[in-house]
Ligand binder design. Structure first.
Ligand code: SF4
Ligand code: SF4
Length: 72
């Protein structure tokens, strides 16, 4: 399994990752106001297939993939 971590100190809530995800599982949570005052991207549900489209598109290097095999 893979999941995605969003760095709340880097994310500027641009939404590019949400547009890029082929599964549509990313959204920008504007209730989660962070240092930038804009919110932070989050997963709606963890069905991530590890395609890295979101990592590639993020202009602020705010996204990293993390294996969760150890959680099984
Ligand atoms: S592309 Fe990067 S900066 Fe933009 S909303 Fe997604 S994580 Fe945040
Ligand atoms: S790695 Fe791919 S499937 Fe997973 S959240 Fe990013 S764009 Fe979506």
């Amino acid at each position: 399994m893979v999941t995605v971590d969003f760095n709340e100190k880097r994310c500027k809530a641009c939404g590019l990752c949400a547009d890029a995800c082929p599964l549509g599982i990313i959204y920008v949570n504007t209730d989660r106001v962070m240092v930038n005052g804009l919110g932070c991207a989050e997963l709606k549900e963890n069905k991530c297939i590890g395609c890295k489209s979101c990592v590639t598109v993020c202009p602020d290097a705010a996204i990293s993939l993390r294996r969760t095999d150890e959680d099984k």
